[in-house]
Design a protein around this ligand. Structure first.
Ligand SMILES: Nc1ncnc2c1ncn2[C@@H]1O[C@H](COP(=O)(O)OP(=O)(O)OP(=O)(O)O)[C@@H](O)[C@H]1O
Length: 368
């Protein structure tokens, strides 16, 4: 069992800067957990504390039920893959994979078995005799992952491992790493994984659960679907989903939201009525359409511009002085993309998907 638990974990750097504020988190045995958040939110600091590369200045870290605050990295049963991995240029892929095992004086037969098993899992058996300079970026990154696999760690730690790859390779590696995690689990070697990224698409597609961080504080820990459907606050709502959720200042009164001269009654079952007053209204671009749906409200808008994305058209509009974006299927959008700027449109806000957030970003509590 190698669950990873953080109990009131804190990090104050020697210069006095507090980067991590009382983080409580349970990563389950065998789970794929993603830490996501903008630059500086302390996702790398947290991961490095789990790895033992950064001291913990408050709270407790448990791995597999043991408190490991004072245990050196090599005693923690972890393996880490970095963004800037360095392969040994003068060694073949085989020797790069075998290097750590040789240091650990692993027997020759066992070493060979583990190297070949890792190569098979990562579909790189044909690359074993190559040197790093003969590999593509994606292949080299696979070797870096392979070096972690041969260690048979109980916990895998990934720190933005795909950042240096181009978009297409990143997408392919996402699938490969997710499949790798599943196949290790199916083979009875569940590896608890913590994967750090600033990329919400990576988080959403890879994580079984996602921990969203902001300024060293956890905002929400949930499944991708729950984060998308029920974001805990406006920060999570705008960080998760692409393009971003429309979040606009509004007034809340008598079960309705008023913004830009428009009144939008909200389905009461979704919200505990907050005190009347200033709120933030949230609606994802995919929940604004040209056709009415059950629970939708017609809203008059003027067209600003359209962005053609192939199957979809991102459409930017003005609703009574408030900017909104809509994500429309290309077929449906065809009738508006030829309209001039400033043309009048009727859009349908799909209110069952609407959100309300507190007005001040400091509070950021979801009122649903
Ligand atoms: N050695 C250090 N001394 C002081 N402050 C530090 C140190 N290392 C990091 N920080 C600060 O701690 C905060 C968290 O940094 P960290 O690198 O963990 O963030 P991150 O979310 O991983 O960001 P990025 O995606 O840019 O790597 C930042 O404000 C950073 O400036």
């Amino acid at each position: 069992m190698a669950a990873v638990s953080l109990r009131k974990v804190e990090k104050t750097y020697p210069n006095g800067f507090k980067a991590v504020h009382g983080v409580d988190l349970d990563v389950r045995d065998g789970e794929f957990m993603v830490f996501v958040g903008p630059s500086g939110c302390a996702k790398s600091t947290l991961l490095r504390m789990v790895a033992g590369l950064e001291s913990i200045t408050g709270g407790e870290l448990h791995i597999g039920g043991r408190v490991v605050n004072d245990i050196a990295p090599k005693g923690r049963g972890i393996a880490m893959v970095f963004q800037n991995y360095a392969l040994y240029p003068h060694m073949t892929v085989y020797d790069n994979l075998a290097f750590g095992l040789k240091l650990a004086k692993t027997g020759k037969a066992e070493l060979d078995r583990r190297v070949r098993h890792a190569a098979q899992l990562l579909e790189m058996e044909h690359l074993l005799e190559r040197y790093p300079k003969q590999l593509s970026g994606g292949q080299a990154q696979r070797v870096a992952v392979g070096r972690a696999i041969v260690k048979k760690p109980e916990v895998f730690l990934f720190d933005e491992p795909l950042s240096n790859l181009d978009a297409k390779l990143r997408a392919a590696m996402r699938v490969r790493l997710t499949e790798l995690h599943r196949s290790l689990r199916d083979a009875g070697q569940p590896a608890t994984t913590i994967y750090v990224t600033h990329d919400q698409t990576e988080a959403m597609t890879m994580g079984e659960r996602i921990c969203v961080l902001k300024a060293g504080v956890i905002q929400q820990v949930d499944t991708p679907t729950a984060l998308y459907d029920r974001p805990a606050n406006a920060f999570v709502a705008s960080f998760i989903g692409s393009p971003e959720m429309n979040i606009v200042p509004a007034q809340w009164r008598d079960g309705a939201v008023q913004l830009g001269g428009v009144t939008l009654p909200l389905p009461p079952q979704r919200f505990n009525a907050p005190a009347a007053g200033a709120v933030q209204f949230g609606l994802r671009p995919e929940h604004i359409g040209l056709a009415a749906k059950p629970g939708s409200i017609a809203v008059e808008a003027t067209l600003k511009f359209c962005e053609h994305m192939g199957a979809e058209v991102f459409t930017y509009v003005d609703v009574g002085g408030v900017a909104f974006s809509a994500r429309l299927p290309a077929e449906e959008a065809a009738r508006i993309t030829t309209l001039p700027r400033g043309a009048a449109l009727t859009l349908h806000f799909h209110m069952p998907h609407a959100h309300l957030f507190a007005a001040d970003d400091a509070g950021l509590s979801h009122l649903a």
